[in-house]
Design a binder for this molecule. Structure first.
Ligand SMILES: [Zn+2]
Ligand SMILES: [Zn+2]
Length: 289
């Protein structure tokens, strides 16, 4: 069994997100705590958070996969962009301390000509500072695991190779003195890994074995289930609705049914109308084992 859901809007409040997703047939969801294109985020009252938590529990939801804003780039070349991104990350995670047991996924960023090794270093430094700061200001450990998303590797994106994600995990753990036990994991985006050159259609077992070898399957916490408009290795990052892209329905069905991925939250990210999401969730449920 997997949990399945889609991106929902936070604009009508926390509880409405749960109600909306339940009406679509989902039992997990993703949301942006702030405008995904940047900008501020509204304060959330303890009552609102408590109401959502009670709703999710009553309706048997699995963990949510919150998504950091697309505009964040903790490894940017410009210091002011890095500082601003780090502040967004800190603010999101501090706010989510009231919604424990979920995941917070974000894009590791683009090194913008500084080289992947420098991008990895900057990302790990930012993460370690943010984790320390949130834990310090809240007086308790981080309540939600931070996930690095597998990326397509377009432009100077880091996270297009599993090795880069592993390096961020390791360096963050080292900076925190945690010997590999940092509160971090990975979210596997099917469109991104495909576009990044990992052929999940021809050899899903091989890609998961490579993930296990390089990162470790114990770090795999969530899946973004998207088809791709482009060929494997294109490094483009253009999502497509399930079964209408180059990955195809058969391969995505195998992902949903794979024994190593059972129990994880799966998030549909390709923009859709409510009815489209309802149909895609029903389709994924018909595939699930
Ligand atoms: Zn993403
Ligand atoms: Zn994604």
């Amino acid at each position: 069994m997997i949990c399945i859901g889609n991106h929902v809007s936070v604009s009508d409040g926390y509880l409405e997100m749960g109600k909306h997703e339940a009406a679509l047939g989902g039992d997990t969801f993703a949301f942006f705590p702030r405008n995904p294109r940047g900008g501020g985020s509204k304060a959330v009252s303890p009552e609102e958070t408590a109401a959502l938590r009670a709703f999710l529990e009553a309706h048997g939801f699995g963990p949510l996969v919150v998504h950091g804003a697309y505009t964040m780039n903790v490894c940017a070349a410009r210091p002011e962009v890095r500082a601003n991104s780090e502040e967004m990350l800190r603010d999101d995670l501090r706010k989510l301390q009231a919604l424990p047991g979920n995941f917070y996924n974000f894009h590791p960023g683009s090194h913008v000509g500084q080289g992947a090794a420098e991008g990895v270093r900057l990302a790990a430094e930012a993460l370690s500072r943010v984790i320390r700061s949130v834990e310090g200001s809240c007086g308790k450990p981080l309540q939600n695991r931070i996930l690095l998303e597998t990326m397509a590797g377009k432009g100077s994106e880091i996270g297009g190779r599993f090795e880069e994600l592993r390096a961020i995990l390791d360096q963050t753990a080292d900076l925190l003195g945690l010997q590999g036990q940092a509160p971090l994991g990975v979210c596997l985006d099917t469109c991104h890994v495909w576009d990044g050159g990992y052929d999940i259609a021809a050899d899903l077992d091989g890609v998961l074995a490579e993930f296990d070898r390089v990162i470790g399957l114990d770090k795999l916490c969530a899946v973004h289930l998207n088809d791709s408009k482009n060929d494997c290795g294109s490094r483009k990052d253009r999502h497509e609705k399930l079964g209408r892209g180059r990955i195809g329905a058969e391969a995505l069905r195998a992902v949903v049914r794979h024994p190593l991925l059972q129990g994880l939250p799966f998030i549909l990210e390709t923009p859709n109308e409510d009815e489209g999401y309802r149909q895609e969730i029903a389709l994924v449920r018909s595939w699930a084992v």
